[in-house]
Ligand binder design. Structure first.
Ligand code: PEP
Ligand code: MN
Length: 452
């Protein structure tokens, strides 16, 4: 595969000068020329252009081979042979990009995956919201003080001053460097898990080799190709939101009319609820990508629109190419989801149905914190399972905001976090996350649902 590149300092929006495939470059330019929601207004477009030029020569975070492996795993999920667990911070921050934080988040996902795999009797494919989850869509362009809103560390800084909130394109380079570091940690974490998985056998080999008998070579216990991820495998994902960043590291994948672009910035990218305009740049850009794509669907989506998305984003009917992430809210999921599932299933496309039980259940507590209640999160998942069981479709996955830290951001759970407890350790840069205990507890609740 060949990288699409450009020269340093090339202004934003210009055609790449070293493109390998002119048609693909033309399609990319056309996609990016469409209206794009939720983009920052860089105060100095020339400076932004210079940064974009530098980003085009930046190192990839992931490889196309890894992404292709994930696509294979997701095909198994779409066929009902595996389950997908995706999760992590709502918003990663540069400050929080530390080894303990990342290990904590991967650890809690791994624990959840273990519980779910046992209950489902299926392999669990693990995708972290990590190594690039730095851009946030917001419901209003200004905050309560009238300042430009915080749009994630890749754009500006959360402190409530005009200077901190001014979009700074240099932050895209910082985001890339932070993502690269996080990905290195993910790789080290996975290598460590693999070593642990085979360690007892390794010890046996060493002892045996010192004696007369030689032990047979040890095979890793986790064979590749079983559809789920072995403990040494995590893929990374983020919301494909900030297009000046997303357009930076692309390979030409294939040739001719079916050629697409492979993003080197994450294995899996999703389109958020606020940027899924059918005539907008995000959908058009995602159409060009060969990476597996997620699409968040809130309660306003119609079954007809859902089918239109599926046709656009899965034109070649590739199982698992598209993950439809329903986030309907616990009160509405049982009513809104069925006609969407029915119509998409009738279209014959094999999508993954994934439940995001977080974003439709957000509210403000009486003491002013954005929060979610554990019971409502669990109830949306229960509704999601009920709908799919009734329609005979595979409830393929979960998409959750969780952290391995002992935060107090979501209400409820067995330690009964109350509104009065929220200020104690409310640390999120954006939406409230389940803490480690609530996350594992949620996995056990879902395990019960999986056992039916
Ligand atoms: C998110 O996943 O953090 C998010 C903003 O979700 P949604 O687009 O579904 O609101
Ligand atoms: Mn969120």
């Amino acid at each position: 595969m060949k990288r699409l590149g450009s020269q340093c300092g090339e202004p934003a929006g210009a055609l790449h000068s070293r493109v390998v495939d002119r048609t693909l470059a033309g399609r990319l330019s056309a996609a990016l020329a469409r209206p794009a929601a939720q983009q920052p207004d860089w105060p100095d477009p020339e400076r932004a252009g210079a940064v974009i030029g530098l980003l085009h020569d930046a190192e990839p975070i992931v490889t196309p081979d890894e992404t292709a492996r994930l696509s294979g795993r997701l095909a198994s999920v779409a066929r009902g042979e595996a389950f997908l667990l995706q999760g992590g911070d709502c918003a990663e921050t540069f400050e929080g990009n530390t080894e303990p934080h990342l290990r904590g988040n991967l650890g809690v996902l791994l624990e959840m995956a273990g519980v779910l795999a046992d209950a489902a009797g299926l392999p669990v494919v693990k995708i972290a919201r990590m190594a690039g989850q730095y851009a946030k869509p917001r419901s209003s362009p200004v905050d309560a003080l009238g300042l430009p809103v915080y749009r994630g560390d890749i754009v500006n800084s959360p402190e409530p001053t005009a200077a901190a909130r001014t979009p700074d394109p240099q932050r895209m380079l910082m985001a890339h460097a932070n993502a690269a570091e996080a990905m290195n940690l993910v790789r080290r974490f996975c290598a460590g898990r693999m070593a642990e998985a085979v360690l007892p056998q390794r010890d046996l080999v060493r002892v045996a080799q010192s004696g007369a008998d030689r032990a047979a070579p040890v095979e890793p216990r986790f064979a590749d190709g079983d559809g789920g991820s072995p403990p040494d495998e995590f893929h990374v994902s983020h919301e494909m939101l900030l297009l000046d960043y997303e357009r930076a590291v692309l390979w030409a994948d294939g040739r001719g009319p079916r050629a697409r672009l492979s993003s080197g910035l994450a294995h899996f990218l999703w389109i958020g609820e606020r940027t899924r305009q059918l005539d907008g740049a995000h959908i058009a850009f995602a159409e060009l990508l060969s990476n597996p794509i997620g699409l968040k669907l809130g309660p306003s989506v119609t079954p007809e629109q859902a089918v239109e998305y599926v046709r656009r984003l899965d034109p070649h009917r590739t199982p698992g190419r598209l993950t439809l992430v329903s986030r309907m809210g616990h009160r509405r999921v049982r009513e809104v989801l069925p006609p969407i599932v029915e119509k998409v299933a009738a279209s014959g496309h094999e999508v993954i149905w994934q439940c995001d039980p977080m974003h439709g259940n957000t509210r403000t507590s009486r003491n002013g914190y954005k929060t979610r209640h554990f019971d409502q999160v669990a109830d949306e998942i229960a509704g999601f399972f009920e709908v799919h069981r009734r329609l005979g479709t595979h409830p393929g996955g979960l998409h959750v905001e969780v952290t391995g830290e002992d935060v107090t951001e979501c209400l409820g759970g067995s330690s009964e976090i109350s509104e009065a407890d929220l200020p104690a350790r409310y640390r999120t840069a954006c939406d409230p996350r389940l803490n480690a205990e609530q996350s594992v507890e949620l996995a056990f609740s879902v395990a019960k649902m999986l056992r039916g």
